[in-house]
Design a protein around this ligand. Sequence first.
Ligand SMILES: *[C@@H]1O[C@H](CO)[C@@H](O)[C@H](O)[C@H]1NC(C)=O
Ligand SMILES: *[C@@H]1O[C@H](CO)[C@@H](O)[C@H](O)[C@H]1NC(C)=O
Length: 145
Amino acid sequence: MNRSQPQFQRLFLMFLVSLFFHFHTSYSDVGNAALYSPPYSPTACYGSDASQFPSSNLFAAAGDGIWNDGAACGRLYLVRCITSTSTPYTCNQNQTIQIKIVGYIGGAPFAHSTYKATMVLSNTAFGTIANSSTGSSYISIEFEQ
Ligand SMILES: *[C@@H]1O[C@H](CO)[C@@H](O)[C@H](O)[C@H]1NC(C)=O
Ligand SMILES: *[C@@H]1O[C@H](CO)[C@@H](O)[C@H](O)[C@H]1NC(C)=O
């Protein structure tokens, strides 16, 4: 009994750790996204390389929350617009897009001081998930890598 107790504690700890990672990876985060218009190049990630932009034109620049010192470059995120009761019409319904991070909000050409956004989305990306007739250029989003 005395010998098996540390082993049990170790197993229990491993169980807790795996539980943490399970929940950590399967739930998405909530943040804000702003609209950013061209020019998009050169970016903080890939400079003027034209092949950095996916043909879907679904891309974004990362804010400080997800930039990770540049490690965010090339990451793909699933992004969805979410409404609140005070802003019921800001989203196009049921649209989830996959965007690629190509730049940094704090660096040219995205240099952006007005918004505390999680990311700024390309015209195409923003227009796909946000209701353009509300004229809003700032939305709440749910996102996951
Ligand atoms: C978009 O916004 C307009 C009002 O600005 C609203 O009438 C319309 O229902 C909205 N569309 C969606 C999908 O919420
Ligand atoms: C969105 O998805 C829900 C549930 O899947 C569905 O009931 C609803 O009709 C969809 N709305 C649109 C506008 O596609």
